[in-house]
Design a protein around this ligand. Structure first.
Ligand SMILES: Cc1cc2nc3c(=O)[nH]c(=O)nc-3n(C[C@H](O)[C@H](O)[C@H](O)COP(=O)(O)OP(=O)(O)OC[C@H]3O[C@@H](n4cnc5c(N)ncnc54)[C@H](O)[C@@H]3O)c2cc1C
Length: 304
């Protein structure tokens, strides 16, 4: 089906004012790079989402669910499909005792703050991760010894048929930066977290400490997508990259951060091609020197 055909089909299902065409993805990613998405739709309610999913599924229109774009590298050529972003109804929070039900579009930092306000501990480690709760569970985000798998009790998700299903923790297949969402086209809607009672001030101090450490160690002053590569077993990606002599190494406007070699940063108007080129160079040099292949942690969207 050509783009014109699927666009015509989409317009029958989705209100025209909701459809943004040729939306620059550089405005929706923490790397600040990426060409246009053919279509970008912000979906505000579950009913709207169900209709959009039915429409896309019935014509096999390519679709990508965007969280906060903080682990994403979008091609300079953009994405020839529909990018869905979850809006208002997906950013709500409900706390009952030690349970928090959090909408997928809520930012992890806000969820951590809400947990603190309710004197619940267990979510401090996400307070400086710049993603959404949905993106966090997809990636099983983690830091400072914590990982979402430690606190997630289950997820309400939408399947391809537009049905809302509940996935229990065991069904989520949460592993190191992975989950069932990487295998199945489910959309995370609400995440149920099970936390522990704690002391509000201690929780606040812990979050401040984590954020202080981040600011000290990470190049937060430049656009990036966090750690570029996964941690290979028995090694640290940043150390391998540094020991390969790549600290500050650049391709175009992309650079291996001088502050933290595990981060590729957009130093000076980098393109996705620069970032790809730099990542490939890092992989080759680290492999040649240490025999270790670095797997990207960041997610790629669109043709290289
Ligand atoms: C400065 C910086 C520091 C970082 N530090 C850390 C860290 O300490 N630990 C860590 O783990 N990560 C870290 N990251 C990476 C990133 O913030 C996390 O991976 C985060 O969880 C990604 O969430 P997101 O909402 O931005 O997802 P996106 O980047 O938008 O998307 C990531 C993936 O999730 C999918 N997705 C998003 N929402 C949904 C949904 N509702 N349903 C189905 N699929 C969905 C997307 O399709 C995509 O495949 C850092 C990034 C930056 C820029």
């Amino acid at each position: 089906m050509s783009r014109e055909e699927w666009m015509a089909h989409l317009k029958k299902w989705v209100a025209e004012e909701k459809i943004k065409q040729n939306e620059p993805m550089s405005e929706h990613t923490s790397f600040r790079v990426g060409g246009p998405a053919a279509v970008y739709i912000k979906v505000d309610t579950k009913k709207e989402l169900k209709d959009v999913v039915a429409c896309l599924h019935s014509r096999q229109i390519p679709c990508f669910i965007l969280g906060n774009g903080s682990n994403l590298l979008v091609s300079d050529k953009g994405y020839d499909g529909v990018v869905l972003s979850l809006g208002k109804e997906f950013a709500e929070i409900e706390i009952t005792g030690q349970r928090m039900k959090v909408g997928a579009a809520m930012l992890l930092a806000k969820a951590a703050e809400a947990a603190m306000e309710a004197s619940l501990t267990g979510l401090e480690f996400v307070s400086g991760i710049p993603g959404s709760v949905g993106g966090g569970v997809v990636q099983n985000a983690g830091a400072y010894g914590g990982e979402l798998s430690q606190v997630v009790a289950g997820v309400y998700a939408m399947n391809e048929a537009g049905e809302v299903i509940f996935l229990k923790k065991e069904e989520l297949e949460l592993g190191y930066r992975s989950s069932i969402f990487k295998k199945k086209p489910y959309i995370a809607l609400e995440i149920v977290l099970e936390l522990e009672p704690g002391d509000k001030e201690e929780i606040r101090c812990q979050m401040e400490e984590y954020n202080r450490l981040r600011a000290q160690k990470q190049p937060l002053e430049y656009p990036s997508a966090g750690s570029t590569f996964k941690r290979p077993e028995g090694y640290f990606a940043g150390k391998l990259i540094m020991d390969a002599g790549l600290k500050g190494f650049s391709v175009g406007g992309a650079q291996v951060s001088e502050k933290h070699c595990g981060f590729v940063i957009n130093k000076n108007q980098a393109t996705a091609e620069d970032i790809h080129g730099l990542m490939e160079e890092i992989q080759t040099r680290v492999k040649d020197k240490f025999g270790v292949w670095l797997e990207p942690e960041i997610i790629f969207l669109g043709e290289k």
